[in-house]
Write a protein that binds this ligand. Structure first.
Ligand code: NAP
Length: 281
């Protein structure tokens, strides 16, 4: 039987509609400040997308496009100013920062209640103890997709490929809190193919085109492809060999149109939550 395609684009549109409806009920529009340092073209695309999402959700948004030679002090001063602004609920510093800037120090300087990316150690800690304030956007988006398609991780073997702070680790944490049995693989994991092939839910977040071949997918598994790679032809693709995997999977996410749009929708959801918190709701 052909795999069901998990439609991230449709779910993201629905999520943003709900966010907009909720935002309209507030006495003040949710406000998001996006800080972009340097001229990385991929980062520019992401920032433009976030601006569009804010418009769709009826949010107030501000963009700070700073030159690549911005000093650490200037960047920290901007974050401090935004921390103190009542009309700004979320602060997003687009990563990666240009060389020479201390990313950790910048993320630490964001008021945790405005850390809508969920990168601040306070929010990571809250997530780890099972009391998240915000959902980390990409793994949180994956969980929403599973919920939408009535896929319950409880009692399932969940294998996550990749252990980054942004995707792999929080993904494992969310699946664990949802009562999955989680195995996290990384570049030093021996026999990753066999572990992947044992998964009921397989999440790939590595960034290597063609990494997950059909034989690494168990019959009937749920396959979530987080990666956003460019193949040799410059086309956007994931880690998973889609056709081979789809022939064996029960559910599968496409790239594009899968996890990517949901990541963006989750940022809007987190910003709405921040606005509610700041308005005492
Ligand atoms: P990252 O920081 O580069 O982490 C990659 C992870 O993959 C690392 O943990 C690394 O292991 C592991 N790895 C590398 N080679 C491996 C191999 N051969 N076998 C098993 N594991 C291997 O990347 P990231 O930020 O997590 O992003 C991963 C992918 O997701 C990228 O394609 C990125 O573009 C995409 N992404 C998509 C979204 C979205 O919205 N859809 C959001 C964020 C990221 P070590 O730790 O041992 O080095």
């Amino acid at each position: 039987m052909a795999a069901t395609i998990i439609d991230g684009k449709a779910l993201a549109a629905k999520t943003k509609e709900n966010v907009r409806a909720e935002a309209e009920k507030l006495s003040r529009k949710p406000g998001l400040a996006v800080v972009l340092v340097g001229d990385d073209p991929a980062s520019r695309v992401y920032v433009n997308g976030k601006k569009r999402d804010c418009e769709e959700c009826g949010f107030y948004s501000e963009e700070y496009a700073l030159p690549a030679d911005t000093t650490q002090e200037a960047l920290l001063a901007l974050v401090t100013e935004l921390n103190g602004r009542e009309d700004i609920d979320g602060i997003l510093v687009q990563l990666p920062l240009p060389k020479g800037l201390n990313e950790k120090e910048v993320l630490l300087s964001i008021d945790p209640s405005k850390d809508v990316d969920c990168f601040h150690p306070f929010n990571v800690g809250q997530l780890t103890i099972g009391e998240p304030v915000y959902q980390p956007c990409t793994p949180g988006g994956v969980m929403e997709m599973l919920r939408e398609y009535h896929i319950d991780p409880a009692g399932k073997r969940c294998v996550v490929l990749g252990r980054s702070n942004i995707v792999g680790k929080p993904m494992g944490m969310l699946l664990l809190h949802a009562n999955g049995t989680v195995v996290t693989c990384h570049s030093k994991t021996p026999d990753m193919a066999a572990l992947a092939a044992s998964a009921d839910i397989l999440v790939s977040a590595v960034g290597k085109t063609g990494l997950v071949t059909g034989d690494m997918v168990k019959e009937g598994a749920v396959v979530i492809d987080v990666a956003m790679n460019r193949n040799e032809a410059g086309k956007l693709c994931g880690d998973v060999c889609y056709e081979e995997a789809a022939a064996r999977a029960s559910y599968i996410t496409p790239v594009p149109g899968g996890v990517g749009p949901m990541t963006r929708a989750m940022l809007m959801k987190n910003t709405l939550k921040a606005a509610k918190l700041h308005q005492g709701l």
